[in-house]
Design a protein. Structure first.
Length: 221
């Protein structure tokens, strides 16, 4: 079994752990609240989980030209995790800053982004990948972090074998908030400042990790 890659020379788990580690340091330097720090670390740890798909792994090895959008494939896992954190902390269930940051970390969440995509083909190794990430997140002391078992990974995978996360974004049969918005509509209407802080930590940490720079100090002159 070939290892999961994030980049041709970087293991997926190593990349996600590095982004989470850098994100924790950046969040501290920015003075984020405990809540937004938790959201930022969720986003950092889970932003590229969607690279654990057959399509992406073949693409990164030069075996196919295009891959399933990994931000979209990551969405079901960060969405489940964030909803559980919100429930544990008694937060408004509509507060999905981490989900929005992950879903839009390569492209702005426009009205048509991801339309038409079918179900992703996840690699079997995604379960072990997520379990390792969860152990790392626990070490950051995130309040309200649910147990790994409560994420119901197998149920998510089974659901995604038959459904597309893209369809979930615009399904009007699911109530997302008090105004019966779609999930896309809810994410587009999040408070700008909270979303911006979470996404900024994710972008900066991902940029540093991708550039193999392990000192966030270079961002704070």
């Amino acid at each position: 079994m070939q290892p999961l890659l994030a980049k041709p020379d970087t293991l997926l788990l190593d990349h996600l752990l590095e982004v989470a580690h850098l994100g924790a340091q950046i969040a501290e330097r920015l003075g984020l609240s405990e809540l937004l720090r938790a959201k930022a670390l969720l986003a950092c740890a889970l932003h590229d989980v969607g690279k654990a798909t057959v399509d992406f792994q073949e693409h990164i090895r030069g075996q196919r030209k295009q891959a399933y959008p990994h931000a979209l494939a990551s969405m079901p896992f960060v969405l489940m995790a964030e909803r559980l954190v919100n429930a544990a902390l008694g937060l408004d269930p509509e507060r999905l800053e981490a989900t929005a940051a992950v879903l839009s970390h390569h492209s702005p969440l426009s009205a048509r982004l991801y339309l038409g995509y079918g179900a992703p083909r996840y690699c079997p190794e995604i379960q072990t990948l997520l379990e390792s990430l969860w152990a790392s997140l626990s070490a950051f002391g995130i309040r309200g972090l649910p147990s790994f078992e409560s994420l119901q990974i197998q149920q998510i995978l089974e659901l995604m074998r038959q459904n597309s996360p893209a369809a979930l974004l615009d399904d009007r049969g699911i109530k997302w908030g008090r105004d019966e918005r779609t999930l896309r509509g809810l994410l587009q209407s999040l408070p700008t400042m909270d979303f911006a802080q979470v996404k900024a930590v994710l972008h900066l940490a991902d940029w540093l990790a991708s550039g193999k720079r392990n000192d966030p100090g270079i961002l704070f002159l």
